[in-house]
Ligand binder design. Sequence first.
Ligand SMILES: *Cc1c(COP(=O)(O)O)cnc(C)c1O
Length: 365
Amino acid sequence: MEFIDLKAQYADLKHAIDTRIQRVLDHGQYIMGPEVRELEERLEAYTAAKHCITVSSGTEALLIALMALGIRPGDEVVTTPFTFVATAEVIALMGAVPVFVDVQADTCNIDPNLLDASITAKTRAIMPVSLYGQVADMDEINAIAERHGLPVIEDAAQSFGATYKGRATCNLSTIGCTSFFPSKPLGCYGDGGAIFTNDDILAKAMREVRVHGQERRYYHTRIGVGGRMDTLQCAIVLAKLDRFDWEIEQRLLAGERYLELLSGVSAVQRLAVRADRTCVWGQFTVQAENREAVLERLKAAGIPTAVHYPVPLHQQPAYRDLCRVSGSLKNAESVAARVFSLPMHPYLDLSTQRRVVQAVLEAIA
Ligand SMILES: *Cc1c(COP(=O)(O)O)cnc(C)c1O
């Protein structure tokens, strides 16, 4: 059994992907070839965002966003401690201070009710994460940010394809960032990512930062990075985009089947999905006591699992001393000790999901 079945996806899309790759090999424009802008235009249409800027990874997307916003050493950026490390890493790379606010125990997303108390005169941005494929409470977060005159960066690395009140993730705040890491809902065959905004000035700044801060060739108006997404990876995402609506449908169905199969199992807490949004299950994550023992038994039963994430960032050796903790982070600490993720991908069928859930039931018994 595969945790994420990329081979089944390739078998299904082989012709389209191979054709797209061959076309790049034939034209030979490996850097900033025509597929780069083509993909950006397709993703602008998909999200209805005015600007899409492809970049070399999801991490680079977040970093470029902070650079374009002019984040400086000593500034504070408010975020969640319960996320992949990259979210806080880019804040620290800017010399800024990640300020951690607790999450909701049932969605594992940042709790907007705690945001106001975390904001100081040094706060320069709010960076919510749409964890596990479910968009954070963006309306509440945007309202607080607006009151304080702060930009909001949505880390949508796990949620591409999700909707919030009918609108696309990545186009819900000042800047949205996503990742095309192979295991994400929309993945390439290496590293890749994208940034979205409706702000013309920020878009221009981020396009320049992506290529060494150059306004035109060898004329550098700002400090930048080498952050381009390469043409081959863009071609692969383009081939996958043609089937993406179907894949999202399959993800939603697989998620509903898991939720249904696990309903009434009191020892396993399912993620709460809010009624006004979809969850594309970047990970299908549940919570239970005695996680390590449960995972041992699942491994013995041949069920692949993963833990997203075992240690909240305020307890990580590299971040303990450079972060600021706002209030109690007891939900983040509690869910970090309890969460584990089950196989999830668009090719998952009911009989496999029954096997997984049966094994989970036996493992918690
Ligand atoms: C994967 C991920 C990233 C980083 O994306 P990369 O493309 O791997 O650099 C950032 N934030 C979150 C929440 C992620 O899941």
